[in-house]
Design a protein around this ligand. Structure first.
Ligand code: ADP
Length: 169
């Protein structure tokens, strides 16, 4: 039984993430999408919201589970009884960070290996950061995220807008 972890912030999940999930769940028996609960990062969506969106967009994939985590990734992998980490590589700019991460994780826990899937060309430019920026300016999100995520992004931007317009007392 080959179980792998695909970790990330997924703030929010994009078609680039979905592509990596769909491709890797064909390679392994079970794929656990680990949603990082890193409060220091000040995410746009709470971990609960990110988990909910991921569950919605992966609902048709029977061997995919969505699990939030904090702390060290290798500890999470061990808790989940997984020895394989999957990461996506977009461009050379991802490489240095990913190399450092995978080598550090291997030092911390030599039983855990990292495997990289290169991005599908049509998503090589796509990141959650870009998506959040487009959403902030009210742009069309249909090419970048599933419909359910676009809806949540619009709601989030509206509530943020309302907060920003609140007058100080
Ligand atoms: P992190 O916050 O750790 O950078 P992300 O949520 O941005 O995590 O991404 C999780 C993983 O998905 C990373 O391995 C990242 O390289 C990969 N990824 C993100 N966007 C894409 C994309 N468009 N194509 C392929 N892989 C991607």
């Amino acid at each position: 039984m080959l179980r792998a972890i695909y970790p990330g912030s997924f703030d929010p999940v994009t078609y680039g993430h979905c592509d990596i999930i769909q491709r890797s769940c064909k390679i392994v028996d079970e794929l656990i999408v680990g949603v990082l609960n890193n409060k220091a990062k000040m995410p746009l969506f709470s971990v609960e919201e990110r988990v909910k969106m991921l569950k919605e967009v992966t609902g048709s994939l029977p061997n995919v589970r969505i699990v939030p985590f904090d702390g060290l990734l290798v500890d999470f992998a061990f808790r989940m009884d997984a020895r394989l980490i999957i990461r996506g590589l977009r461009a050379i700019t991802d490489f240095e960070y990913e190399l450092q991460m995978s080598q550090t994780n291997h030092k911390l826990e030599p039983k855990v290996e990292t495997m990289f899937l290169t991005t599908s060309i049509q998503y090589s430019y796509l990141s959650s950061t870009t998506v959040r920026e487009i959403a902030a300016f009210g742009g069309d999100l249909s090419q970048f995220v599933p419909e359910a995520v676009a809806v949540e992004l619009k709601k989030k931007m509206n509530t943020k807008g309302e907060c920003n317009h609140e007058q100080p007392h």
